[in-house]
Design a protein around this ligand. Structure first.
Ligand code: WTA
Length: 656
C-alpha cells in the first residue's frame, strides 16, 4: 500500500457550479440508478448510433461472463470517425499532434493537425490495406507497437473498423514482453516504427521488435512506420514500410465498417496481476463504448468548444479509453504528444496547454508531483487560464499535491477530481462528475461511484466495512465496460476477480469510505506495484531478476516514493560462487531492463542470505515490506526462519 498520509476527511471545498448538489442528494440519485442497472444503462446506450438495436440489455445467465446489449450491432470506428466526418464536424480538428524534438525555445518542430475528415480518410485507407493486402478479417488479431504518433490511433480505429482485434504493447516494454503478448494473442500482423523520440533519444522499436519476431511464429507481416528515419533491418517478404504500401491506396477509399456484435471483442490489453504472466483483458464493443460515452459527458463534461488533453500513453488503458475511443466518439478536439512532459525543459507540458488552449486536462499524480518538485515558476511563466476542468488518474493523489495543483493551475475555482478505475473496468468507475452533478470536492478523494455503478468497500468477510475503516474495493453489479474474460483463460478470470467474495468483482485495491460516504482508494492490496502510475507485477520483475545467472532467489516489493508513488526494491539471494558488487548490481538491473523493458527500473537492490518464507516456501513479501516501511511486521508465526527478518533489516540499515 503506497499511502502514507492522513486523509483530510473533513476538508470540504465548494466551487461555483450550476451542477452543484450536496452528497445526500447525490446518494439518492445514485441509489435510484442502481436499483435497476439494466434500464439505467439501456437509456445511456440509446445515445450511441447502433446499426441494430439490442434485444436484451444484459445476458446474466452465465455469471461472471456477462454480456451487454445482446443482439445489438455497432462499430467503434464508425462511432469515432464516420459520424463526425460525414456531418458538420467534418473540418473540425480531431487530433493536434506535436512531436519531439523541440527547438531550443521549446517550440515543436513538427505539428500535425488532423480533421475528422483526415482521420476518416486515413482510417479507411489503413482498413483497406489490412483487408486487401494482409487479408485480415473479423476476429483475427494484430499487435501494435508504436510510439505516440497519429498512426497509433489510426491503426486501432482501422482494426476496429474490420472487427479485427488489436493488442497495443506499450513502447517501454522489451522484446520479451512484446513476444509474450504477440504469442498469447496469436497476432498475424505487427505494426511498429523505425523508432520514436523520447527525451532526445530514439527508442529503437523495430530493433527491439526484430528480437521478438524470432520467436513469434504467428506474425506473417510487419508494417514499419517511418518516424525517425533510422536505418532498420527489413526482412524481405515479411517487413514493409507503411508509406510504401500506402502509396497505391487511393485517398477516397471507403471500407464499410463491419457490423460487429455488441459482445464482440474490440481489443485485448495485457496487464499485470498478482501472480503469473500478464493477463490479456478482453473488452467488448457495445458495453465499453457505452461507458466511455457516459464518462466523457459526466466526468469530462466534454463540449465542442473544448480542447481536451489526456497526458497518458496510448499503450496503457487510459490512452485506449481516454485518448482514442472516448474523446473521438464524442467528436472532441484533442491534443496528443510524443516524448515527455518535462523535456527539453520542465515547462513542456504548460507550453502545450498554452499553445493549444487546452481546456480539459487529464493527468497523473506522478506528473503533478514532479511538476511540484520543479517549482511554481515554470508554470507561472505560461498562461494556463484556458483550463476549466481537470482530473488525475492512475494512483492515489496526496492532498498536498492536489492542493498545490488546484491553486496553481485550477485557480482555486475549477473542478479537479481523482478518477478511480482500472484496465479491467474499461472506463471510470468512481469520480467527481462535473458534467452531471457536482458534490463538494475534498483534496485527494475519488468522490463517489458513478450512477449505474454499485461500488463498495467491504471487510474480510465481504460485509460492508465500517466508515473510515480500511477494506477492499468491490463492484457489486455488472457494468458496461467490464471485461469479457481473460484471453484464453476464463478460469483465471473467475479466480482472480470473482472468487474472493461471492458475486462481487474484486478490484484488488484497499479503500476507505469516509463518514460522508466519499470513497478514498488507498492503493493495491496485492503484489501489483504502481510505479509512476504504470502497473507492474512483482512476479514479472522477480522472474526477470532470476534470469540473471547469479541470482538464486528474488523478492520484489513496492516502497513509497515521494514522486513516483511507489518504486520497486529487489531483495536477492545470490548463487554459490557469486558475491555482491556494484558491477553485479548493474548487470542484474540490465537483465531486468532487457526482460521487461526500460520502464522496469528497480530502484534498489539488496543482497541477503535469506528471504522470509512460509514453511511451504512462499516468499512473504508483506514481511519484507513491513521491515522496509518500518511498520508492524504482523503475524510471523508461519515463517520458516525468523532470522530472515533480521537479515532484511540489516541489509536495509546498512544501505540507509
Ligand atoms: C490504481 C489505470 C487511486 C488502483 C486506469 C488500480 C488509482 C490501478 C486511481 C489500476 C485513483 C487508478 N486513485 N488509485 N484515482 N486510479 N488507481 O490498470 O490501484 O493501469 O487498481 O488502470 O491503479 O491500474 P491500471
Amino acid at each position: 500500500m503506497s499511502v502514507s498520509w492522513a486523509l483530510p476527511f473533513d476538508k470540504e471545498i465548494r466551487i461555483k457550479s450550476n451542477k452543484e448538489i450536496d452528497i445526500n442528494t447525490y446518494k439518492k440519485i445514485h441509489e435510484a440508478s442502481i436499483t435497476d442497472v439494466k434500464s439505467f444503462w439501456s437509456s445511456v446506450a440509446t445515445e450511441l448510433d447502433w446499426f441494430k438495436p439490442w434485444e436484451r440489455v444484459l445476458d446474466d445467465s452465465n455469471p461472471p461472463f456477462y454480456k451487454w446489449f445482446v443482439g445489438g450491432e455497432l462499430n467503434a470506428s464508425y462511432l469515432s470517425v464516420d459520424r463526425h466526418a460525414r456531418g458538420w464536424r467534418k473540418n473540425k480538428v480531431a487530433l493536434i499532434w506535436e512531436g519531439e524534438p523541440l527547438d531550443n525555445n521549446g517550440n515543436p518542430k513538427e505539428v500535425r493537425k488532423l480533421t475528422y475528415q483526415d482521420l476518416y480518410r486515413e482510417v479507411n485507407r489503413v482498413a483497406y490495406l489490412m483487408k486487401e493486402r494482409y487479408k485480415l478479417k473479423k476476429g483475427d488479431t494484430i499487435a501494435i507497437y508504436l510510439p505516440m504518433i497519429p498512426e497509433l490511433p489510426i491503426f486501432m480505429l482501422a482494426a476496429a473498423r474490420l472487427g479485427v482485434v488489436f493488442t497495443v504493447v506499450f513502447s517501454g516494454f522489451s522484446s520479451d514482453a512484446l513476444a509474450n503478448r504477440i504469442n498469447d494473442a496469436e497476432a498475424k500482423l505487427l505494426i511498429t516504427a523505425d523508432g520514436g523520440w523520447r527525451k532526445g533519444k530514439i527508442v529503437e522499436l523495430k530493433n527491439i521488435a526484430d528480437k521478438s519476431l524470432e520467436k513469434t511464429p504467428s506474425v506473417r507481416h510487419v508494417i514499419v512506420v517511418r518516424r525517425t528515419g533510422a536505418k532498420v533491418n527489413m526482412v524481405e517478404g515479411r517487413d514493409e514500410y507503411y508509406d510504401d504500401v500506402m502509396k497505391d491506396v487511393p485517398l477516397n477509399t471507403y471500407v464499410e465498417p463491419e457490423r460487429v456484435k455488441s459482445e464482440d471483442p474490440l481489443y485485448i490489453l495485457y496487464t499485470s496481476g498478482t501472480t503469473g504472466k500478464p493477463k490479456g483483458i478482453v473488452h467488448d464493443t457495445g458495453g465499453y463504448m457505452t461507458l466511455l460515452h457516459a464518462t466523457m459527458k459526466w466526468v469530462f463534461d466534454i463540449r465542442d468548444e473544448d480542447v481536451y488533453w489526456c497526458t497518458a500513453d496510448i499503450g496503457w488503458v487510459t490512452g485506449h479509453s481516454y485518448i482514442v475511443f472516448g474523446p473521438l466518439m464524442e467528436g472532441a478536439t484533442e491534443v496528443m504528444y510524443e516524448g515527455a512532459l518535462d523535456y527539453p525543459k520542465p515547462d513542456r507540458w504548460v507550453s502545450i496547454i498554452e499553445r493549444y488552449g487546452v481546456s480539459v486536462l487529464y493527468t497523473s499524480p506522478t506528473a503533478i508531483r514532479s511538476f511540484m518538485k520543479y517549482g511554481d515558476s515554470w508554470i507561472k511563466s505560461h498562461d494556463t487560464s484556458s483550463v476549466r476542468l481537470m482530473h488525475s488518474v492512475g494512483e492515489p493523489i496526496n492532498p498536498e499535491a492536489w492542493e498545490w495543483f488546484w491553486k496553481l493551475v485550477g485557480r482555486e475555482e475549477i473542478p479537479f477530481g481523482s478518477t478511480w478505475w482500472m484496465t479491467e473496468t474499461g472506463g471510470i468507475m468512481i469520480s467527481h462528475l462535473p458534467g452531471l452533478y457536482l458534490i463538494p470536492l475534498k483534496p485527494g478523494t475519488n468522490g463517489m461511484p458513478l450512477p449505474g455503478i454499485q461500488a463498495d468497500v467491504v471487510d474480510d468477510n465481504g460485509n460492508p466495512a465500517k466508515p473510515e475503516t480500511r477494506g477492499y474495493l468491490v463492484i457489486k453489479q455488472p457494468w458496461p465496460g467490464m471485461p469479457l474474460t481473460i484471453y484464453k483463460d476464463p478460469e483465471r478470470y473467475v479466480n482472480v476477480y470473482w472468487s474472493k467474495f461471492p458475486n462481487m468483482f474484486y478490484a484488488g485495491d484497499y479503500a476507505v469510505k469516509d463518514d460522508d460516504g466519499y470513497f478514498w482508494v488507498l492503493g493495491r492490496a496485492d503484489e501489483v506495484i504502481k510505479v509512476a502510475g504504470h502497473r507492474l507485477g512483482t512476479y514479472e520483475l522477480e522472474s526477470a531478476l532470476i534470469e540473471h545467472p547469479a541470482v538464486a532467489e528474488a523478492a520484489v516489493i513496492g516502497v513509497p516514493d515521494p514522486i513516483k508513488g511507489e518504486v520497486p526494491y529487489g531483495f536477492i539471494i545470490l548463487r554459490q560462487g557469486y558475491s555482491p558488487s556494484p558491477q553485479l548490481t548493474q548487470e542484474i538491473l540490465k537483465t531486468v531492463r532487457e526482460k521487461v523493458g526500460p520502464i522496469a527500473v528497480i530502484d534498489k537492490v539488496f543482497f541477503v542470505g535469506k528471504l522470509p518464507k512460509t514453511r511451504s516456501g512462499k516468499i512473504m513479501r508483506r514481511v519484507v515490506r513491513a521491515v522496509i516501511t518500518n511498520s508492524q511486521v504482523g503475524d510471523i508465526t508461519t515463517l520458516e526462519d525468523e532470522a530472515s527478518v533480521d537479515e532484511i533489516r540489516k541489509a536495509y540499515e546498512e544501505f540507509k
